[in-house]
Design a protein around this ligand. Structure first.
Ligand code: RUQ
Ligand code: CUA
Length: 662
């Protein structure tokens, strides 16, 4: 309390100084205030800067109330960031080998990565991550799992938030790219990944002249088994779609639970060929004034799948387009113009769609959609899918400006839309049941806050759940131009933290965070106290792959040993500050080596590394963890292995020799 009073006093003084106020009586905490005021003056900080500093500065040892899970873009990874400090806490390895986590350099990560190789086993060792999706219970983040898609190869990854490790990567059969995912249904029954660029089912060869007959979109409903922490392909299904480019999806919740919504572009079915004198894709796909919002009844689709109405294609159950259209799984509603994003309101009543080339966001009413479906008599598109007229489904349109993309929500009945072309965050009021939460009339623009520059996605604290928090919005800007020191022609992206605590025209820019790796797309921001990760692995010999003790693991140093059967050599190695045991291992060239490591540590943060020079091996051995590597000793000679984490004063001495006899 006393500290707070001093801080407030200090702030008042700083503000006066910064705003040019003179000669005010010096408060009691003189040293503090005059120093701080001098810093503000020297650094030319104005009152807004000081407010922003106080909102974001996080003293050493103080923890952030929110954790942001951000896509790592074409790095293939996920970024874990504290909010509001915007400190990066971890780059989490997902689709791309990451040596510091021992991921893909001999250890368990190799099997996870191999799960995402092509059907012919061709390795894919990166990903284009777009949309992280936290697991949900009753439409709220539950802090258990994180999913993220790889747009480039139609894959999805499962991350367990008990140890923040990737447990599964799975390639969607029949699809070669994806985009509209990963999104979960309100109880994480399914992890949904929608398509992007159409291709023949199974991405078989077909000339582009056969686009309408052969090319298709395909949306995947991956069944998630929460107890196993894995996607179960046998319980999963896909739905065949027209070759419109389905874009971004969101699951309905509460009143719209059981439904999924995806926007699309290219209902023109343009096939490009600028080099042949055809209009380029950018022109061909933007001719129509409207495209189609796809409205899926996934509970109905699940029923059809379970009732045997799906066809097996490349081992995956696919509900064919005709079945989906005839059985009421799929409906369309027109959406203007070059739409982007489909974001369901917290109560599930509305779906908000941006229009890259339309100054409005269009708000669809779930109730109106249901009424139109019930009334029937709908006309059909070229593929037999019933089309609900726009005026029968629309609740409102709000004119926001140029390039509205994505929308998130707060606790005050406001929506926040990213404005790509305007480079702004638009705050606008929701109507309907939300109108009573804010002082303004519903469906109205309230404020446009300039951001720097070209915002893509936008994330809000719990902003896409059934009960958003308010407080913070993060603008995920694609360009940074002049915000940071020039470090050459490849620039970082820029995350900008925005204060949304108060109502009305009060949004304030607080902080810039350069992203020094790749281009994040979406991010989700969760209350930090929902996470309950391990501090150390629960028991010695814990295998992160099975999330259980490996029965083959040793638990004491005495059990460390080397065994040979023919030319198979098996090594059990213990790891504890500050030595490996054994420290000398002699084998023969050509031996097949199986090497188990067990950390005997119980102390938090006492992580060891293990690298074997010349063999492309590097592990991260966290307290209690066990891991196994296998390789053929195909190079004779003297090789050192050592610990790659500075674990103790005698870390340099944590070393051993592998002698490989010719
Ligand atoms: S969408 S380019 Cu997330 Cu705006 Cu992928
Ligand atoms: Cu163990 Cu350094």
């Amino acid at each position: 309390m006393k500290q707070l009073a001093i801080a407030v006093l200090a702030l008042a003084t700083i503000l006066m100084v910064a705003c040019g106020g003179q000669g005010a009586a010096t408060p009691a905490a003189t040293g503090l205030t005059s120093d701080a005021a001098a810093v503000a003056k020297e650094r030319e900080l104005n009152a807004d800067d000081i407010y922003a500093a106080l909102k974001t500065f996080t003293p050493s040892g103080k923890l952030d109330p929110y954790i942001m899970f951000s896509s790592g873009g074409q790095s293939g990874q996920v970024l874990i960031i504290g909010v509001p400090s915007m400190r990066i806490l971890k780059v989490l390895a997902v689709f791309t080998p990451e040596s510091w986590q021992g991921y893909g350099f001999g250890g368990g990560g190799e099997q996870v990565l191999a799960g995402g190789f092509m059907p012919n086993k061709k390795p894919i060792l990166w990903g284009d991550t777009h949309h992280p999706g936290l697991s949900e219970t009753a439409g709220e983040y539950d802090g258990q799992f994180l999913f993220i898609n790889d747009k480039a190869n139609a894959r999805v990854a499962v991350i367990d938030l008990r140890d923040f490790k990737t447990k599964q990567i799975i390639k969607a059969p029949n699809a070669i790219n994806d985009h509209g995912g990963a999104f979960v249904t309100p109880n994480t029954e399914y992890v949904i990944v929608g398509p992007q660029y159409a291709a023949p089912i199974g991405y078989e060869y077909a000339p582009l002249e056969q686009y309408k007959e052969k090319y298709r979109g395909i949306i995947t409903f991956w069944k998630f088994d929460r107890s196993k922490g894995r996607i179960d392909p046998a319980q999963s299904f896909q739905i065949e779609l027209p070759p419109y480019w389905q874009d971004l999806c969101d699951a309905g919740k509460k009143v719209s639970d059981g439904w999924v919504f995806c926007n699309s572009f290219n209902t023109e079915m343009a096939t490009g060929g600028v080099e042949l004198g055809n209009p380029p894709f950018e022109a061909g796909t933007t001719k129509n004034d409207t495209d189609y919002l796809h409205v899926f009844n996934w509970k109905k689709a699940e029923e059809l799948f379970k009732g045997g109405k799906a066809e097996k294609i490349n081992g995956m159950s696919v509900i064919r387009l005709k079945t989906a259209a005839d059985e009421g799984v799929l409906h369309f509603v027109p959406e203007p113009k070059s739409p982007h994003g489909a974001d369901v309101t917290p109560g599930g009543e509305f779906v908000v769609v941006g229009g890259k080339l339309d100054p409005h966001v269009t708000i669809y009413s779930f109730e109106k959609i249901q009424n139109a479906i019930k009334a029937g008599g709908l006309s059909k598109d070229a593929f037999g899918v019933p089309v609900i007229p726009l005026d029968k489904a629309m609740e409102a349109q709000v004119e926001l400006g140029l390039g509205p993309l994505h929308t998130v929500y707060d606790d005050k009945g406001y929506a926040y839309t990213s404005m790509f072309l305007d480079s702004a965050v638009a705050r606008w009021t929701l109507g309907g049941p939300y109108a009573s939460k804010h002082p303004e009339p519903g469906w109205k623009l309230v404020q446009k806050l300039p951001v720097h520059y070209n915002i893509g996605h936008i994330a809000a604290a719990e902003g896409d759940t059934a009960s958003p928090d308010g407080q913070f919005v993060v603008a995920l800007n694609k360009w940074s131009i002049d915000r940071f020191a020039n470090i050459g022609p490849l620039l970082p992206q820029n995350f900008q933290l925005v204060d949304i605590t108060k109502t009305g025209e009060s949004m304030k820019l607080l902080y810039d965070m350069p992203i020094g790796m790749a281009e994040p797309h979406y991010a989700q921001i969760m209350k930090a106290d929902k996470l309950k990760p391990f501090e150390v692995y629960p028991q010695i010999g814990w295998d992160p792959a099975t999330m259980a003790v490996d029965p083959k693991s040793i638990t004491t140093e005495k059990e460390a040993r080397v065994e040979r059967k023919g030319n198979n050599v098996e090594i059990w190695m213990s790891v504890v500050r500050s030595h490996f045991s054994p420290e000398r291992i002699t084998i023969k060239k050509g031996d097949k080596v199986t090497w188990h490591f067990t950390s005997l540590e119980r102390q938090r943060d006492a992580t060891h590394g293990f690298t074997l020079s010349g063999y492309n091996i590097n592990l991260s051995l966290e307290p209690g963890m066990t891991e196994t590597i296998e390789f053929v000793a195909d190079q004779a000679g003297t090789y050192t292995y050592y610990c790659t984490e500075f674990c103790s004063a005698l870390h340099l001495e944590m070393v051993g020799y592998l002698l490989i006899e010719p």
